[in-house]
Each structure stands twice: as C-alpha cells, then as structure tokens.
Ligand binder design. Structure first.
Ligand SMILES: Nc1ncnc2c1ncn2[C@@H]1O[C@H](COP(=O)(O)OP(=O)(O)OP(=O)(O)O)[C@@H](O)[C@H]1O
Ligand SMILES: [Mg+2]
Length: 426
C-alpha cells in the first residue's frame, strides 16, 4: 500500500470522525429536545393526575354525602312509617292527581286502597272527595267531614281531616288525610243526647206536676183552711159579743185568740199567694212581679231594691208567664235565704224579640263549683231548666263575698228543643 492510500485512508477516517462528531452533536441536540418534551409531557401528566386525584376525591366525597343523605332519608322514612303505622287511625297521602302515594296499614285495611290507587279504582276517593281535595289544595286549609262506612253489617263513623302538604318542587300541593274512628264517641253522644232528652222531658213533667200540685194545695188552703179559719173567727167574735162585762178575763182570752186567728189567716194568705200567683192570671206579669218584689221589700226593709221593668204584659201565654214568675220568685227566695245583701236590683228589658232579665245582689255570693249539682238542692237547677224549656239562656255569676248576678233571656218565638245537628246534618 502506497502513501497515497494511506493518506486517503486518513482522510476517510477523518471524514468519518467529523461525520461522527457532527452526527453526535445533532443526536445530542435531538436528545435534549426530546428530553425537554418528555419533561413537559411528564409535568402535564402530573397535573392531569393531580386533577384526576382531586376529582376522584370529590367523587368519593359526593358518594359519601349521597350515602349519608340516603341513610338519613331511609331513617326518616322508617321513622315516618313507624309513626304513621302507630297513628290511632287511617292515614293517606295523595299526589296532585289524587293517586295514593302513601297509605298506612289501617287505611289499606279499612278503605282497601294501597299506594298507586288512582281515582276510579276500587277504594279510591269518591267524586265528592276529589272535590274536597281540590278545595283543600286551593284554599290551603284543612277540612273535616264525617264518613259513614258499613262493615260486617255494622255502621261505623269516621272523622276525616284533609290538609294540604306543600310539594317539594312548589307545584300542586299534595293532600294528606287522617281518619279517626269515632263510632264509640258517636254512640256515646247519641246515648247521652237521648238520656238528656229523657231527663229534660222528665224535668218538664216534674215542673208541670209541681205547678199543678201547688195549685191544688193553694186551692185547699184557700177553700178549706181559709174558710174554716174565717168561720172560727166569726164564731169567736159572736161569742165575744155575747159575753157579759163580768167575764172580762174570758173576753181578753178570746181577743188574744182572735189576734192569733187573724195572724194565721194572714199566713195562710201569704202561703196561698206563694203557691199560686193569682195576680198573674188576673192582672198580668208586670203586676204579679211587682207584687212579688213588694212582698220581698216588706220582709227586708233595710235593703235598697232597685227595679226597672219594661211592660211585660200580653207578651207570653200563661204557662210561660208562670215559669218566668217562678224563676224570679226562686231568685228572690235565694237572696232572702242566703245572700244578706245591702243592694238588690232587678231589670227586665225587651230587646230584639226577647226578654232579658237581670237579678243582682251584692251579698255573700258563693263558690259556683259547689252549686245545686253538688249540694243536691233544686232551686237553681229548676230555674235553669225552666229557662231552657222556654228556649232561653241562663247565666249565673257568683263569687264568695262578691254577690250574685243571674241573667236569663226568654225568646218570644216558640222554643225548639231539637238537638243541634252535626256537620254531616246527622
Ligand atoms: N243569691 C245567692 N247568694 C248567696 N248564695 C246563693 C245565692 N243563690 C244561691 N246560693 C247558694 O247556692 C246554693 C244552691 O241554691 P239552690 O236554690 O239550688 O238551693 P237552696 O236555696 O239551698 O235550696 P232549694 O232547693 O230549697 O232552693 C244555695 O244553697 C246557696 O248556698
Ligand atoms: Mg233556693
């Protein structure tokens, strides 16, 4: 090999070296760029991973919150169901279209309507109930009505209360219905009403019988006792006239006896008038009451008695006038017996087709919780009953040491003793 080839070899090797060097530089540059890109990708990936981690944590948190909310919901539903199952009655919730959303056991058993029942299905709301639901939704207030159910051949009464429930999405309100079986109460009420009516009839009969008995006694007092006393008086007067002046002692004795007889006749007359208000039939209620008050005044001279009576004559038939007379008479008798007052007032006012009486004393008064009902006396009871029988109202106000006021009204119309019908008109 000659030197030329050696030289060429050298050039070639040099060229190779230069090329290798140049290639290495380019490769290093490329490598550096690639490294930079990798670092970029790496940091982007890291950011993405961080983002993913954050949203993963958020999702975990949301799942946790949802689970808690669901647990709370389940808890509240369990509580609600337990509560509704134990409500002493039937309960149901209806949606905006009156489809049953919820019904407790009792409702399902009594009305045979499970959740999902829509109007028209068996056991669903009747048309009039749908109308009530509409009123409840529109009016926003609860409504009550009575429903009669025939079960196993027996009638049962249910009191149903419907009320609006605001919906969660502020759309059409739901309707809640709670029904209570009031059969036992109604049966007891009816029995009570019946027995009250019986007692009232009995009281009316008793008061009538008492009035007749008073009349009979009065007649006997007047015709028998009064007459005999008068005859006795006349005979003694005749005997006295026959006596010679020498029989002075006997004369004095007869005069004493005559005084006794006169006092007895006066007492019989007082009893007679007490038993039979004769003035009433002949002279009318105003005069009869005035006479009654005058008698009372004569007995209790030291008290101030104020009277203000409207003209009461010709307003009522005789039995009503007698009843009014008896009520006033008992009120005055009670004042005389129990009150020891300084002032008494009696007013009778005609107002709006009725008569209002007020009898007031400033005497001892009494504890109203210990009245006739507890004491077994009859006066106040009879007063109240007489007023009731005439369709009027009777009020008594009394406190120990603060006097007593009795107010009663007598309507001009005929009294109606019918029981007040309930909401269902039954
Ligand atoms: N004006 C009054 N002032 C004070 N106490 C009164 C008055 N009126 C009634 N009372 C009390 O109320 C009670 C009941 O009255 P009520 O007229 O029913 O019975 P009474 O007068 O005791 O007996 P009676 O059956 O003979 O009327 C009385 O016993 C008395 O204690
Ligand atoms: Mg009395």
């Amino acid at each position: 090999m000659g030197p030329f080839f050696l030289f060429l070899n050298g050039v070639f090797i040099l060229g190779l070296l230069v090329l290798t060097y140049l290639h290495g530089r380019a490769t290093r540059r490329l490598l550096r760029r690639a490294q930079g890109q990798v670092a970029d990708l790496e940091s982007q990936a890291m950011a993405k991973i961080a983002e993913l981690q954050a949203s993963y944590a958020r999702i975990l948190r949301e799942i946790d919150e949802r689970q808690q909310a669901e647990a709370r919901l389940r808890e509240s539903e369990t509580r609600f169901a337990a509560f509704m199952q134990n409500v002493p009655g039937a309960a149901v919730i209806l949606d905006a279209a009156d489809t049953i959303l919820y019904a407790n056991e009792t409702w399902r058993e009594i009305f045979g309507a499970p959740p999902g029942t829509t109007p028209g299905d068996p056991g669903s709301a009747a048309r009039w109930e749908v109308e009530l639901n509409r009123q409840v939704r529109e009016g926003g207030e609860a409504l009550q009505h009575l429903e009669t159910l025939e079960r196993h051949g027996k009638t049962r009464y249910w009191l149903l209360t419907r009320f609006p429930i605001p919906p969660p999405d502020s759309g059409t309100p739901l309707v809640g219905v709670i029904g209570i079986d009031i059969t036992a109460r109604r049966v007891a009420e009816e029995a009570l009403r019946e027995s009250e009516a019986k007692l009232r009839r009995l009281a009316a009969q008793l008061l009538k019988a008492q009035e007749n008995e008073r009349k009979r006694l009065a007649a006997e007092l007047h015709d028998e006792l009064g007459h005999r006393l008068l005859t006795l008086k006349l005979r003694l007067e005749a005997l006295e006239a026959e006596l010679t002046p020498q029989l002075e002692a006997m004369k004095n004795e007869i005069q004493e006896m005559l005084k006794e007889i006169a006092a007895t006749i006066a007492e019989v007359r007082r009893l007679y008038l007490d038993l039979s208000p004769g003035d009433l039939e002949d002279l009318g209620l105003t005069t009869a009451l005035t006479a009654l008050i005058d008698d009372f005044r004569a007995l209790k001279k030291d008290l101030t008695f104020t009277v203000d009576l409207d003209d009461l004559d010709g307003l009522f038939p005789l039995p009503v006038q007698t009843a009014i007379y008896r009520v006033v008479q008992e009120a005055l008798t009670n004042i005389g017996k129990h009150a020891d007052p300084r002032r008494v007032s009696l007013t009778a006012t005609r107002e709006d087709g009725r008569l209002i009486f007020e009898i007031k004393d400033d005497g001892r008064g009494f504890d109203q919780s210990l009245t006739s009902r507890t004491k077994g006396t009859l006066g106040l009871l009879a007063m109240e009953e007489r007023v009731r029988m005439l369709g009027g109202e009777f009020h008594l106000r009394s406190r120990p040491g603060q006097g007593t006021t009795i107010t009663f009204t007598i309507p001009r119309e005929e009294s109606t003793d019918e029981p007040i019908p309930d909401r269902a008109g039954r």
